[in-house]
Design a protein around this ligand. Structure first.
Ligand SMILES: Cc1ncc(COP(=O)(O)O)c(C=O)c1O
Length: 324
């Protein structure tokens, strides 16, 4: 349904119910800007000030990644005043795959609702939303799910909330009981679960694009994809760390394969990032640049071969020789 930011708003509208004592939202300090805007505006929507109601988890001084122990400490210290904890499953900038189960459990033990933005996790890393007892999650489908920019997004609502119709929500006819949707009555009767949070008729073009991609996913499993992904990204990590000095590039994504998905975020030193990025693009190697110095490379296992990874590193070496 919808797009990701719209879905985050939809879910926060239902799950962020601030009270005098419990009104805070905890997010990562470098959350994707749209998530940050959404969360801040939700706080304001409730006539509250983000200065009082938003906690941004910062990395330690001189570090880029967030340590699980620090997130857990924040939850321990502030959990009683936090309404919603909402991190990304895989951080868009660093590629860090957060310890979702541990964080969910700790926050729920303090009475918080826990939601995840899975934009960079869906189709990339295995997640067990139900088993991990996650309250809600949302994602888009135009990254690892390949449905094209603006493609249809998705939501998850845990089964234990499925038939809690007392929780207020932003309603629309597409969330209404399918059996009577076209009776055109004015009494809203939501479907159980995530389906009942839909608003509108969805574009057939976006659903078809996703269907095409999912039909390819159906030929494999996330277990097999993850197994290949660990090898593929491990291979890339190995080549990058053995073929280049840290004077040229550094990887900020976690070293531990369990704490990352397919993506590696490479910091290019001495102001050369854009030269390298444009050089790669000319060789038909498409990454993603984040100014001032990061290129994100993700050998997604669905269609990237080990040979592609090797070729990337050979081409990168030529570019480094040219520009450094
Ligand atoms: C982590 C994250 N959140 C939100 C968005 C915004 O997605 P949408 O344009 O579908 O609202 C993106 C898009 O790149 C994203 O990566």
């Amino acid at each position: 349904m919808n797009s990701l930011t719209t879905n985050l708003h939809t879910l926060l509208a239902a799950f962020y119910t601030p009270t005098q004592d419990r009104h805070k939202i905890l997010i990562e300090s470098k959350a994707f800007p749209s998530d940050h805007y959404a969360v801040e505006s939700q706080i304001r929507w409730h006539q509250r000030d983000p200065k009082d109601s938003l906690i941004c988890q910062e990395p330690r001084q001189g570090e880029t990644l967030l340590r699980t122990e620090d997130i857990l400490e924040t939850i321990e210290k502030h959990g009683h005043e936090i309404s919603v904890v909402c991190f990304s499953g895989v951080q868009f900038y660093t590629g860090q795959y957060f310890e979702m189960e541990k964080i969910t459990k700790a926050a729920q033990a303090k009475g918080c609702i826990v939601g995840w933005d899975l934009a960079h996790a869906a189709g990339n890393v295995p997640v067990q939303l139900h088993d991990w007892n996650v309250d809600f999650a949302c994602w888009c489908s135009y990254k690892y799910l390949n449905s094209g920019p603006g493609g249809i997004a998705g939501i998850f609502v845990h089964e234990r909330h499925a038939t809690n119709f007392d929780r207020n929500r932003l309603a629309g006819w597409w969330g209404h009981d399918k059996a009577t949707r076209f009776d055109m009555v004015n009494e809203f009767k939501p479907m159980a679960g995530a389906a009942g949070f839909q608003h509108s008729n969805q574009s057939v073009l976006t659903t078809s694009a996703l269907l095409g991609s999912l039909s390819v996913f159906e030929k494999t499993t996330m277990k097999d994809m993850r197994a290949k992904s660990l090898l593929l990204t491990g291979y890339l990590y190995h080549l990058l760390t053995t073929e280049f000095s840290t004077d040229v590039l550094e990887i900020i994504t976690p070293t531990d394969p369990e704490q990352r998905g397919a993506q590696l975020s490479l910091v290019f030193k001495r102001g050369k990032m854009m030269d390298i990025f444009e050089g790669l693009a000319k060789r038909a190697i498409i990454g993603d640049e984040r100014k001032p110095d990061v290129i994100r490379i993700a050998p997604t296992p669905l269609y990237t071969r080990f040979e592609d990874v090797r070729r990337f590193v050979v081409d990168l070496k030529e570019l480094v020789n040219e520009f450094y």
